[in-house]
Design a protein around this ligand. Structure first.
Ligand code: GRF
Length: 212
């Protein structure tokens, strides 16, 4: 059973969908704790499901590095197999990404690499595109630049506002998140392939070199 810590900043509707999926006895992952960078509204979902929470506010620390270290310490208490950023609106310090990666994933409300950053939905609308999307990625040191694990296109409708488009995107984002967590748990997705010890893709194909 894959143990998961989820980090949120806001309402946590995607988190709730994951919690509901994880209630099913056949779901291969469990959320063991929920963290946030503030007293997030989404903690209400944690209470509904009886899941422990922790909040580590950036403003309580002298600098981002100290905040990141404190957040990491709280995460590691749970010894998770996977950490999910689900609407977590702060950039994690590189040290935290290095320690948790590649078992650290993020959902994003756009079809990456299109529209990275905190305003993916607003930026897609402003660009006047006919379709945007949702993505689940492995977190790396950049802003929404990590390897893409799952993504899907979503049409932008002429009458869309940022809120209506985001609501439609989130429906897809939730499904992709749940499917991705399940795929990681069952080994269909091997996050080890994205780690520092992953085989060098430039090296010769060992199968080709091995004797027949
Ligand atoms: C999601 O679209 C996430 O990708 C974005 O913020 C939204 C989180 O929504 N960064 P919620 O808190 O799960 O409702």
């Amino acid at each position: 059973m894959l143990s998961v810590v989820v980090l949120i900043s806001g309402g946590g509707s995607n988190l709730r969908a994951l919690l509901e999926a994880a209630e099913h006895p056949d779901f291969p992952a469990r959320v063991v704790a929920i963290g946030a960078d503030r007293d997030a509204e989404g903690f209400d979902h944690a209470a509904d499901f009886g899941i422990p929470t922790f909040a580590v506010a950036l403003s309580s620390f002298a600098d981002r590095a100290a905040w990141g270290d404190a957040l990491l310490e709280q995460i590691l208490v749970w010894d998770p197999d996977l950490v999910v950023l689900s609407g977590f609106m702060k950039l994690l310090p590189e040290r935290v990404v290095e320690r948790l990666g590649p078992r650290l994933i993020n959902t994003h409300p756009a079809y990456l690499p299109e529209f990275p950053g905190a305003h993916g939905v607003r930026d897609a609308l402003a660009a006047g595109v006919e379709q945007t999307g949702a993505s689940v990625i492995v977190v790396d040191a950049g802003v929404d630049t990590g390897p893409i694990l799952a993504q899907e296109r979503i049409p932008v409708l002429p009458e869309d506002t940022e809120a209506t488009l985001h609501d439609r995107i989130k429906l897809v984002e939730r499904r992709l998140l749940i499917e991705t967590v399940a795929a990681i748990a069952t080994g269909t997705i091997d996050l080890g392939a994205f780690g520092p010890d992953s085989p060098d893709t430039d090296s010769p194909d060992t199968e080709e070199l091995s004797p027949a």
